[in-house]
Design a protein around this ligand. Structure first.
Ligand code: GSH
Length: 218
């Protein structure tokens, strides 16, 4: 059986977990934190998540894992059939990753543990966000999903990529980043209703205390 390595408080872990549940792929979970030396043997950059495939190969990097799952388990596709429609889903994911998630992640330590943010960092993060929000508003017209009437990897990626802006935005930047993207508040509310989202959110809450203890070295 496929193994998903990581921890339930990780937004990237939850992207892969949501895709696995949506696709109906059987998997088990191996809780491992980024401080655990074991992780390096499964995930070369020591990042969460990673998977071990049914054939025993290890794979990390969320988008690489998602692509693998689409190819290895085609039964319940989360990418459209049409090549340009598939590319648009990937384009949305890339925008979310580069300009929204990774930029706000720079301020995550401040949002979680407090302290004064560096002014230059704030300026850079805001510039990246402006770019990402403008791009999403150009590419996506949620109806109701980001790329049309069917749930795709873009929606799953978005739900969890937005976890960091939702934390950092109000606490550090005084911004509601979700509200800045047309139609996104309604889509986020719709996505939150699914049984899969609710299971993932419950598992995430249950992992919060252990995760906080790990990052504060307790
Ligand atoms: N590029 C990676 C990023 C994953 C990532 O940053 N995961 C976090 C947990 S949410 C992590 O492993 N952080 C540990 C670190 O940066 O050292 C991916 O797409 O999977």
């Amino acid at each position: 059986m496929l193994i998903l390595h990581g921890f339930a408080y990780s937004n990237y872990y939850n992207i892969v977990k949501h895709a696995l549940l949506e696709k109906g792929v059987s998997f088990s979970e191996n809780t491992v934190y980024t401080t655990d030396p074991q992780l390096r043997t499964i995930s070369p950059a020591a990042k969460v998540p990673a998977i071990t495939t049914e054939r025993g190969e290890h794979l990390s990097e969320t988008t690489a894992i998602l692509e693998y799952l689409e190819e290895a388990y085609p039964e319940h596709p989360l990418l459209p059939e049409d090549p340009i429609a598939r590319a648009k889903v990937r384009q949305v994911i890339k925008v979310l990753e580069l300009y929204i998630e990774l930029s706000t992640r720079r301020l995550l330590p401040i949002a979680l543990m407090g302290g004064e943010p560096n002014v230059d960092t704030i300026t850079e993060v805001k510039a990246a966000l402006e770019r990402g929000i403008a791009a999403l508003n150009d590419i996506c017209k949620p109806s109701p999903y980001l790329c049309g009437d069917t749930l795709t990897l873009a929606d799953i990626y978005c739900r969890y990529a937005m976890a960091i802006p939702q934390l950092v935005g109000p606490k550090v930047l005084g911004m509601d980043i979700v509200a800045a993207v047309n139609g996104l508040p309604a889509l986020m509310a719709k996505l939150a209703e699914s049984e899969i989202s609710q299971k993932i959110d419950a598992d995430m809450r249950a992992n919060q205390a252990e995760f906080m203890a790990k990052i504060s070295g307790r």
